[in-house]
Ligand binder design. Structure first.
Ligand SMILES: C[S@@+](CC[C@H](N)C(=O)[O-])C[C@H]1O[C@@H](n2cnc3c(N)ncnc32)[C@H](O)[C@@H]1O
Length: 295
């Protein structure tokens, strides 16, 4: 990402959560009424235009955007929901760390589940500053979890130093969330993050993340690795970088002291939530992964 500019992909996925609100409640993968407040002007104008449509047309529009994105939006929403569920189902974790928090509104959305726990929102300084500037107005009086913002550039700064300075309880049971981030990093930064999780938290702590695992050769590589990466570089200034083969994920976790709990391909994750009605070309190369800190 550009060092001085907030992440555009963070705003993009937040806009997808806002777009989801155009669907009937029973069809939504995630309900995030706060997402809209973090969407920048041009995307917000499009959402405002959509608001003026009758309900059926609004929902049809949201479904069409989803289809046009070939499953990526659906996966992004499904991973958000899977992580919500994981946090709620792990009350033993006294702290939750969002690595690359973006415009995540779990501080308010999951406030009941986070009560008594600390939520560390770790992000690049430029994104973190934009979020801080908007959050006060966005959240208003809504009950909020205890949030500790932590500004870090994953490729330059020591995340460990910043987290320790921010008051992370070292050795405590923790849920780590690394959502939509690993693919923008180089492999040393990915490995350093796995070491961090292992080094700072108790055995049994969980790491939920998603990885981009496109084909390694042939035309499929061009269509699903090279072109998407170029598109992300040109459109968002955030090229897709780390794209390991799926089979490498479990050994990689093991090398860093974590065991694989779950690895789910995009289509299966979406199907888990009964979102099959959103027909899509399966061009997503994403997988959702949960690892556990080994004893
Ligand atoms: C696609 S967004 C995902 C945001 C959020 N997790 C979500 O799903 O809504 C990627 C996030 O990674 C952060 N990020 C990317 N590169 C980073 C870096 N080098 N250091 C710190 N944060 C980084 C961005 O600021 C952004 O918040």
């Amino acid at each position: 990402m550009r060092p001085d500019r907030p992440s555009d992909t963070a705003e993009l996925v937040c806009a997808w959560r806002a777009l989801e609100a155009l669907l009937p409640v029973e069809e939504r993968l995630v309900s995030d009424p706060w997402a809209r407040a973090f969407v920048g002007p041009w995307r917000a104008s499009l959402l405002d235009l959509a608001d003026r449509l009758p309900a059926r047309a609004r929902a049809a529009l949201a479904r069409q955007v989803d289809r046009a994105l070939q499953g990526t939006m659906t996966f992004v929403l499904a991973r958000h929901r899977a992580i919500d569920e994981l946090i709620a189902a792990t009350p033993r974790a006294t702290q939750v760390v969002l690595l690359g928090a973006g415009y995540d509104s779990r501080a308010v959305r999951l406030e009941p589940a986070l009560r008594g726990r600390t939520l560390f929102e770790v992000d690049h300084p430029a994104t973190a500053r934009r979020k801080a500037a908007l959050a006060a107005t966005a959240y208003g009086d809504a009950p909020r979890a205890r949030v500790v913002p932590v500004q870090v550039d994953f490729e330059r700064d020591s995340i460990e130093e910043r987290l320790r300075a921010a008051g992370l309880e070292v050795g405590a049971s923790t849920v780590w969330v690394w959502e939509g981030v690993s693919m923008y990093l180089d492999e040393p930064a990915v490995r350093a993050t796995l070491d961090l999780v292992r080094g700072l938290s108790a055995p049994g702590s969980l790491l939920a993340f998603d990885a981009w695992c496109p084909p390694a050769g042939g035309l499929a590589r061009l269509a699903r690795r090279d072109l998407p990466s170029l598109a992300f570089r040109l459109l968002y200034h955030e090229p897709l970088v780390w794209g390991p083969p799926q089979e490498r994920l479990a050994p990689l976790l093991r090398e860093h002291g974590l065991t694989l709990v779950e690895l789910v391909e995009a289509r299966a994750l979406v199907a888990r939530y009964g979102a099959r009605r959103r027909s899509w070309l399966d061009l997503s190369s994403m997988v959702f992964v949960v690892g556990e800190v080994a004893p």
